[in-house]
Write a new protein. Structure first.
Length: 90
């Protein structure tokens, strides 16, 4: 099945979130080559369209822009095992 560029990016992002340990925005960019501003939009879309619960965990307190990482806490409408089996090699 051929995926659109938009869907392919979303799936690449889900793959990176699932396999990287504590992925920061920069880590996700390095893994997927998707621009950081696009990653932020794609994360919002994944939350809305697939009902994924993707949280940001701050590692330092205080100012905006603090370091931290993203984590999927609920796969929403996606079946994690089937997704990784089918799309884990994008």
């Amino acid at each position: 099945m051929k995926l659109s560029q938009d869907m392919s990016r979303k799936f690449e992002l889900v793959n990176a979130l699932s396999k990287l340990d504590k992925p920061s925005l920069h880590d996700l960019h390095s893994e997927t080559k998707i621009p950081e501003s696009t990653i932020k939009r794609q994360l919002a879309m994944l939350r809305d369209e697939f009902d994924l619960k993707i949280i940001f965990i701050r590692e330092s307190r205080g100012e905006r822009g603090a370091t931290g990482y993203y984590m999927i806490t609920d796969w929403g409408i996606l079946d994690r095992e089937k997704f990784i089996l089918r799309h884990g090699k994008l």
